[in-house]
Structure formats: structure tokens, C-alpha cells
Design a binder for this molecule. Structure first.
Ligand SMILES: [Zn+2]
Length: 413
């Protein structure tokens, strides 16, 4: 969520990628050894931006996906990403903080970061791309530290925290104009995958820290290795213009003057976590999990086949429901849902799309134009099957359904 998306992404995305994707340099390392491996045209340009009417949702701008893989650093990007189609604002509804499972995870990450980096009263934590501020707020509440959050989608009226007096929120995109913000700890969660010029972004983060080598840096983002392995095409969408594995993320950090302290996966292997410290100049790989260039190249080769397998399985399930006159609901209206509906025809069996985030209810999904309803809509619909957009919430959703007297077939993705 940075100003770089506006100031750098546009010229880079257009000038380097517009004409011939595979001849363009890698935005992480500058190499020309890029291979195009997955294409999907005409997908909604946003999946978390909610629309007030079906008409606007159906007419929402669309863009094309073409994933390219860098054989030198392992970085994967959408070569046809057009920053001009992006609009991040307070209408952006990405929060998962209405899920108990997610809040538990958020607390665990906060406690871990506080313990590892000694966050305490008097220390300042900066979060770049803080969204609705859940992570930073919890960090400040639990540790007593001060916080600075930057994000155009921040909503002050939703933050009732007792730590509010120690926090400053800037409703803007991060960029060079905020390089003066001095913090003892820098976090950036689920933001890097929205930024096209990743090398420039990491350079700016490194420059902002300067000679303060005691500053610790923590990034969290989706793990692409799992997506490639399993062909879960609904995890690839337009809003995410860049994709990382542990190795490609570490290589980007190392090249920009960071040493890697910790590199691991979390949240059922869905998220990639990296902890780094600034040093003078590039560093060399030292962790075994960074050594994934060859294995990623193999996964890239097989990705389209895996995607086709997932598509065939889901199309067969839909055909079964269709033939037996069953009604299906989707639980989870985020980006994964928008992406799934872009590739799979479900309109004739789908009865409802529900979400536990009340701020989404009554709004419409870009592309498909489906209205998002609260889970109570299922009480009347009584669906025969429920597609769960993220399997990590299966037990939580099973419980929610049971409290409404429902025991449909569950299809966790
Ligand atoms: Zn590269």
C-alpha cells in the first residue's frame, strides 16, 4: 500500500511490461531471464473493493493476468499489471478480523514479535500498509509501545482501542515523503504483494532505516510455493501483482542490504514470514529454505496442469449439484471468492455468498455482481453444500452453521 504504487509502479509496469512481457527485466533483480507461464484474461481489477450496486459491480474495470517467473531470483509477477486500474481507499474491505481463528493468529504473531524484538513502552513500531490497523493496535495494546500506521484504507472511527493515544495513523500511501519517520521496528503485512516495483520499495525501506542497524523488520505475505504446488488458482488475482516463495523473498531482502534472521511459513502454510536486520551492503544466502530456485522452476512448469486439475474437480462437483438440483452457498467473499467466480461457472447452482464481516453485507462483488449477505441468509436458503473459500476456517464455519441448525456438505478450498 505505498505511494510507490503510484509514483513508480505506473511507469515501470507500462514501459517494461506493456509490449513484450518475456523480454522485460525482473522487477526484483533486473534479470531478463523471465518465463511466462500462466494467463487469465479479463478478471476484475479489484477484489476487496466493494460496490454499492450490482450495476457498478458488473461494470467494474477488468484487467489481464500473465504470470512471469524469473529464472535468476525466482520472483513471480503479473506482467500485464496496470496500476491505473488500482484504487485503494477507505472502501477497501480486506479485514479478516471478524474471524476468531484469525484473531487468535494475530495475537500469536503479536506476542511472538513483542518477545523477539523487545517491544515495550518508549519503543516505536511502524507499520507500512496497516489496513484497518488491527495488527499495530494489538501490538501497542499488548506491549505498551507507540505505533505509527500508514494506509489509505484506515478507518479511524472503527478503532476504539485503549492504546489509541499512543498511535498515529496516516491515511496515505507510504513513500519517500515518509522517509523521516523513525521507528525502532518496521512491519509490513500483506502489502508487498500489491506492489509492482518491489526492488525500489525495499530500497526505500532500507534507506529509511539508514544507519540505525538495531531496527528489526518483519514482513508477512502470501506464500506462492503452496499455490504453485496445489494449483489453487483462486489465490492468484489481479490485486496481487507480485508473488514470492521463501527463496525469492530472501533474495530480494539480501540484495537490498538486509540479513535474514528468520524465514518461515505460518497460518497452515499459507503465509510467508520474514524477519530481517539492516546491514551495509548485500548479504549471501545462508538458510536452507532459501535454496528453492530449482524446485520453484519445476513447480512453475507444472502449474497450469495443476490448475486444470483443480478446475476439473470443481466443475465436476458443480455438475453433480446441478444434476441433483442442489443449492450451494459460498462462505467468504474476499479475493479468493472473486477469483474463483472468474474461472468457474456457478451461477445456476449458487444460492448465496455470505461473509461474517458486517461491513460487507449488502455490498456487491466486483465482476460477478453477487450481493454479499450475512450468514443468517443461509437459515432460509438451507444450502445442500457450502464452499469454504479458506479451509483454515472450516471448524469455525461448521460451528456457525450448526448454531443455525444447518449441516450441509462442506467443500473447504
Ligand atoms: Zn529476478
Amino acid at each position: 500500500m505505498t505511494e510507490l504504487r503510484q509514483r513508480l509502479a505506473e511507469p515501470l509496469a507500462r514501459s517494461h511490461y506493456a509490449d513484450s512481457a518475456t523480454a522485460s527485466p525482473c522487477q526484483a533483480c533486473g534479470s531478463a531471464a523471465l518465463e511466462s507461464f500462466y494467463e487469465l484474461n479479463n478478471v476484475p481489477a479489484h477484489s476487496c473493493l466493494l460496490l454499492p450496486t450490482r450495476k457498478e459491480a458488473l461494470a467494474f474495470p477488468r484487467g489481464d493476468l500473465e504470470l512471469v517467473f524469473c529464472h535468476d531470483c525466482g520472483f513471480i509477477a503479473n506482467a500485464r499489471f496496470d496500476i491505473g486500474l488500482n484504487q485503494y481507499s477507505a472502501a477497501y474491505e480486506e479485514t479478516q478480523a471478524f474471524s476468531p481463528r484469525f484473531l487468535k493468529f494475530l495475537d500469536e504473531i503479536c506476542q511472538d514479535q513483542i518477545a523477539r524484538f523487545g517491544l515495550s513502552p518508549g519503543v516505536t513500531a511502524l507499520e507500512i500498509g496497516c489496513g484497518k490497523g488491527e495488527f499495530l493496535t494489538r501490538l501497542c495494546e499488548l506491549s505498551g509501545c507507540n505505533g505509527i500506521g500508514i494506509d489509505p484504507g484506515y478507518r479511524p472511527e472503527r478503532n476504539q482501542s485503549s492504546a489509541a493515544g499512543r498511535m498515529t495513523f496516516i491515511r496515505d500511501l507510504y513513500g519517500p515523503r515518509y522517509a523521516h519517520l523513525q521507528a525502532d521496528y518496521v512491519s509490513c503485512r500483506h502489502t508487498l504483494e500489491h506492489i509492482a516495483p518491489v526492488q525500489e520499495f525495499m530500497r526505500l525501506v532500507r534507506e529509511t532505516i539508514g544507519n540505525r542497524h538495531y531496527v528489526n523488520v518483519f514482513f508477512e505475505l502470501p506464500d506462492m510455493e503452496r499455490v504453485l504446488e496445489t494449483g489453487v488458482f483462486w489465490d492468484v488475482y489481479y490485486e496481487h501483482c507480485t508473488y514470492f516463495t521463501r527463496g525469492s523473498l530472501a533474495r530480494l531482502f539480501r540484495a537490498q542490504g538486509f540479513d535474514i534472521q528468520r524465514l518461515y511459513k505460518a497460518y497452515d502454510g499459507q503465509y510467508l514470514m520474514i524477519e530481517a536486520t539492516p546491514v551495509n551492503g548485500p548479504t549471501t544466502a545462508s538458510l536452507p529454505q532459501e535454496d528453492d530456485l530449482g524446485s520453484t522452476a519445476m513447480l512453475v512448469k507444472n502449474f497450469t496442469r495443476e490448475v486444470n486439475n483443480r478446475l476439473e474437480e470443481l466443475a465436476a462437483a458443480a455438475e453433480g449439484w446441478r444434476k441433483s438440483g442442489k443449492t450451494v452457498a459460498i462462505w467468504g467473499s474476499g479475493s479468493k471468492c472473486v477469483s474463483l467466480l472468474s474461472s468457474l461457472q456457478l451461477d445456476d447452482v449458487l444460492g448465496a455468498i455470505v461473509d461474517i464481516n458486517p461491513h460487507k453485507h449488502g455490498k456487491f462483488l466486483a465482476g460477478s455482481g453477487w450481493e454479499i449477505q450475512g450468514p443468517d441468509a443461509l437459515t432460509a436458503l438451507r444450502p445442500d453444500a457450502v464452499i469454504i473459500m479458506n479451509s483454515i476456517y472450516t471448524e469455525e464455519i461448521r460451528h456457525e452453521l450448526a448454531t443455525r441448525g444447518l449441516q450441509p456438505q462442506l467443500l473447504p478450498l
